[in-house]
Write a protein that binds this ligand. Sequence first.
Ligand code: HEM
Length: 134
Amino acid sequence: MNTTPPTPDVDPFGSLYTRIGEDGFARLVAGFYERVKADDILGPMYPKNDWEGAEQRLRDFLVQRFGGPTRYSDQRGHPRLRMRHMPFAIDQAARDRWTQLMGQSLAEADLPEDTHAPLTQFFDQVATFMMNRS
Ligand code: HEM
């Protein structure tokens, strides 16, 4: 098992945050969770009574990862994302659905065109890294 966190090379200087901003990440994540809530594979995995919290955690993580304020780690500590996802059964189908719904949200979120490719690369690689069941 390769335990090296993926994509250290995506946006190494944190320039995406200055281009996308808080509002851009907020739109992206809100559109994603609207889809997750209605999704037959992913919907049941998320905490029913804490959609807002889940949205905030993903948004803050992305803001931090792409060069913005470090609210995520201030509140949650080191991300250790693979470990935090172990309680959820993430197989190929769940991984593919996650990236599909994020792709749909990205297409709608009105972010600068040239941010789509690095974001997509990042999501695809991290999602693969999260798989923990076959
Ligand atoms: C591969 C499919 C994935 C599934 C099925 C999945 C599912 C979940 C679930 C059920 C949670 C708990 C919700 C909460 O209460 O926060 C969660 C948390 C989280 N996920 Fe994912 N996830 C996936 C991929 C990803 C990817 C690709 C990223 C990052 C790009 C990501 C980032 C996060 C973050 C930051 C949290 C909050 C961690 C914490 O601080 O507790 N996830 N995920």
